[in-house]
Design a protein around this ligand. Structure first.
Ligand code: PRT
Ligand code: ZN
Length: 285
């Protein structure tokens, strides 16, 4: 039987969330990242645990069919692969940073400067786009200490909260790229594997949609129902059922997390009572 091979980070910032996506899709496997490969029990998927830097290359070579890494790593490795889907976690940015006391007037300030980074390809492309010629040097770890020890004028590194930069006397001055975890695949998957991937994407999308929505149930007197129905969206339209008590109804619907408090306040003002809000596990539309 055909099996799709997914490569994820063995241990690091992406590992836990990558695994939980698979679990939330209802796919079960023995969670042992000590092994190199894990076979899933109820879905034709095999999980390969690797260093994130190696994943784009393995997917490009067809050792794995699909992979999950940060967009920053995918871009840096410059491999021939196809982006399938942004996954919305591990959001960060790749930024230029300089010593706190220095001024910055724009990327042209980097002209002729010595810059340390673990992302030389992305940075060189950025400078090229901006007509800047700088001395880009690759270093693999602790990039943020380079200016302090006189090893570089500036750095280009991943920033999330910004506290690492502050702790090293640096300030973020330019965002080179924004990044998040992405699912990507070999350029040409055989039809059987593409079908498994499509199934996986469908499940991931159902889980993501569910996460962005809430199920809401409330009680309302007859004279409030019309007004409440105008406020509530619902997948098709809200469900209205009569309660045992005369002239009272139960209304249920699905609302988006983003509009949540707005809608709650409006329906309360319209006369809704006993409002229950529940998480949704999956949403199949
Ligand atoms: O061992 P392996 O090679 O597999 O892992 P790794 O050490 O190369 O990667 P890992 O686990 O550190 O990060 C994996 C991915 O997570 C990165 O490629 C990014 O896409 C994403 N990510 C999200 C981050 C961060 N946030 C992050 N904060 N990657 C690194 N950092 C580091 C950054 O390098 C800097 O040292 O955290 C520091 C900055 O954080 P703040 O919060 O102080 O700004
Ligand atoms: Zn790495």
């Amino acid at each position: 039987m055909t099996t799709l091979r997914l490569a994820i980070q063995k241990s690091g910032r992406l590992s836990e969330k990558s695994l939980s996506i698979i679990k939330e899709c209802g796919i079960s496997f023995r969670n042992s990242s000590k092994k190199l490969v894990a076979k899933c029990d109820n879905f034709p998927l095999e999980i390969l645990y690797l260093r994130d830097d190696d994943i784009p290359g393995y997917v490009a070579d067809g050792v794995a069919d699909i992979g999950i890494v940060g967009e920053n790593v995918l871009l840096e490795k410059e491999k021939q692969v196809a982006l399938v889907k942004k996954l919305g976690f591990s959001k960060c940015r790749l930024s230029l940073a300089i010593p706190r006391g220095q001024n910055y007037n724009g990327v042209s300030d980097m002209q002729g400067k010595y810059i340390a980074t673990s992302y030389p390809n992305i940075l060189k492309a950025y400078f090229k786009d901006n007509n800047v010629t700088a001395d880009v040097h690759e270093i693999s770890g602790s990039v943020e200490i380079a200016p302090g020890i006189g090893l570089a004028d500036a750095i280009c590194d991943i920033v999330s909260t910004g506290s690492t930069l502050i702790g090293n006397g640096l300030k973020e001055v330019d965002v080179v790229m924004r990044s998040e975890a992405v699912l990507f695949s070999t350029e040409q998957l055989i039809a059987e594997k593409q079908a498994i991937l499509d199934q996986l994407i469908f499940r991931i999308e159902s889980v993501n949609k569910a996460r962005k929505n809430k199920y809401i149930v409330l009680n309302a007197p007859i004279n409030s129902v019309t007004q409440i129905l105008d406020i509530l969206p619902g997948m098709k339209s809200p469900t209205v059922t009569p309660l045992a008590e005369d002239d009272w109804f139960s209304v249920s619907s699905v609302i988006a997390e983003d509009d949540f408090w707005d809608i709650i306040e409006q329906i309360k003002a319209a006369g809704a009572e006993g409002i229950l809000v529940m998480p949704i596990e999956k949403m199949i539309l």
